[in-house]
Ligand binder design. Structure first.
Ligand code: CP
Length: 313
């Protein structure tokens, strides 16, 4: 059984392999490779993109979907444990995609599940499928993952997408710039991770035109209200950085702005039409990256996909 619960143990070769697989699905997303399979989509936390792109990925590959986006409407509200929920759903499905608010929940689910678990986000910990679509987006826009200047901006404390990206990029000699107010700065464990893996990083509290001039990627993040225990603190920091069009006059031609979305205020709407904006296409790339993950956890190889005769034009 192959689970996909963390990005931390993915090799460089495996990342390139999953990117190649995603490219195949971008060429032909409509196939019947998963005909007869049932995919469970269990969302214990709200989602728009992750849930709908996983479900679209399954639909476009011919699988059927079961699941929930509101755990309160399930027997979880009667006290059923995560272990029992997973074991029940595994009776019905070939893959379980799960988002949960508890860090480590996906790892735990993978230990009790007889079918593959795909982590669709566990608390402030990891978001590995988002990371694969981020890597795919970076590769598509830059033509490489190597030697890039990547600016991570906003909520770096709770941002599971930026934590996952740091780990995945360790293979590619990046230079990170962490831009956050001190209340939301990158946790020490990830700074230590960078040091232990010889990943270069600088920390800033200012976010302005001058600082971002040599960026290849600006990765904006939302300040995550739902993770704050003190809402006064959220109010203090919520609008600390707002990317506006007038900050983009001196950036590199090929610089692209990413954001895992949803946004609140951190990217002004006038940036959407700027040629450097890439966050809407980034979300679309999630469809192809997640099709690749479904195949990979089921042991369907790149060669199988290249030889696939089930393409629907
Ligand atoms: N990027 C992301 O995880 O978005 P959703 O919360 O809408 O799934």
């Amino acid at each position: 059984q192959r689970d996909f619960v963390t990005i931390a143990d993915l090799s460089k070769e495996k990342i390139h392999y999953l990117i190649e697989l995603s490219q195949e699905f971008e060429k032909h997303p409509n196939r019947e490779l998963l005909k007869g399979k049932v995919i469970a989509s269990l969302f214990f936390e709200p989602s728009t993109r992750t849930r709908l792109s996983f479900e679209t990925a399954a639909n476009r590959l011919g699988a059927r979907i079961i699941g929930f986006s509101d755990a309160k409407a399930t027997s979880v509200s009667k006290g059923e444990t995560l272990k029992d929920t997973i074991m029940m759903v595994a009776n019905y499905a070939d893959i379980i995609v799960m988002r949960h608010y508890i860090e480590g929940a996906a790892q735990y689910a993978s230990e009790v599940s007889p079918v593959p678990i795909i982590n669709a986000g566990d608390g402030a910990h990891m978001h590995p499928s988002q990371c694969m679509l981020d890597l795919y987006s970076i590769y598509k826009t830059q033509g490489t993952l190597e030697n890039l200047n990547i600016y991570l901006v906003g909520d770096l404390k709770y941002g599971r997408t930026v934590h996952s990206l740091i780990m995945a990029m360790r293979h590619f000699n990046p230079t990170f710039h962490f831009i956050a107010p001190k209340e939301l700065s990158m946790p020490n464990e990830y700074k230590l991770y960078c040091k232990n893996h010889s990943i270069k990083f600088q920390e800033h509290t200012a976010f302005n035109e001058k600082i971002i001039a040599d960026a290849d990627i600006i990765y904006m993040t939302r300040v995550q209200k739902e993770r704050f225990s003190d809402l006064m603190e959220y109010e203090r920091v919520k609008d600390v950085y707002i990317l506006k069009n007038d900050m983009l006059g001196n950036v590199k031609d090929n610089m692209r702005i990413l954001h895992p979305l949803p946004r609140v205020n951190e990217i002004a709407y006038d940036v959407d039409d700027n040629p450097h904006a890439y966050y809407i296409q980034q979300a679309q790339n999630g469809l192809y990256a997640r099709q690749a993950l479904f195949c990979d956890v089921l042991g369907i190889t790149l060669e199988d996909v290249r030889n696939d005769k089930t393409i629907i034009k």
